[in-house]
Ligand binder design. Structure first.
Ligand SMILES: [Zn+2]
Length: 176
């Protein structure tokens, strides 16, 4: 899950003492939330890892001057001390830069999850359900459809979405 410091800056959240709850969502699914508290030169991130463990991580941030005046803001990766605009919580407990977070692994899992949820959405259209695992399945079948077909599709959707959300939960360590 990415956290972009430029986004925090744009939203005016980087003054010491400010604290926000931010959440990630994709295709209507909310993966989880994180609390970001800003102190002088550091942010403290608080989130839940693998549904059970509360994690608190401190990340430094820093500024560099731009060519044409002004300054640019960066996180400092807690593992390699490189400057980076975005840090990721990739399948693991802690946020890190793209390199330290081994992002390839996440992309692989993310695309598998996307495939599951896309397939589920296609089936949802067939039974006239709104897309997105967050929406309940309708309790009445479409008029033209056999009951057994309807039940089979429903079960299939639940299976795909269950798997997809499990992956999301294990990747991001959040309650769904
Ligand atoms: Zn790093």
């Amino acid at each position: 899950m990415p956290l972009d410091i430029r986004d925090l800056k744009r939203r005016g959240l980087l003054s010491p003492g400010s604290s926000i709850i931010s959440s990630w969502s994709k295709g209507g699914h909310i993966y989880g939330t994180i609390k970001v508290t800003v102190y002088n030169g550091i942010v403290v991130l608080q989130y839940r890892y693998r549904k059970t463990e509360d994690v608190k991580q401190t990340i430094r941030f820093t500024w560099t001057p731009c060519h044409f005046g002004g300054k640019r803001i960066w996180f400092v990766c807690p593992f390699c001390s490189r400057r980076c605009a975005v840090i990721y919580n990739n399948y693991g407990k802690y946020f890190a830069c793209r390199v330290c977070g081994n992002l390839a692994y996440q992309t692989q899992n993310e695309s598998y999850m996307d495939r599951l949820l896309t397939k589920a959405n296609k089936l949802r259209r067939k039974i006239e359900a709104d897309p997105g695992a967050i929406n309940p399945l309708p309790i009445f079948k479409p008029k033209h459809m056999h009951y057994s077909t309807w039940m089979r599709i429903r079960t299939h959707i639940q299976l795909l979405e269950g798997k997809g959300l499990d992956i999301a939960a294990s990747m991001f360590g959040f309650n769904i």
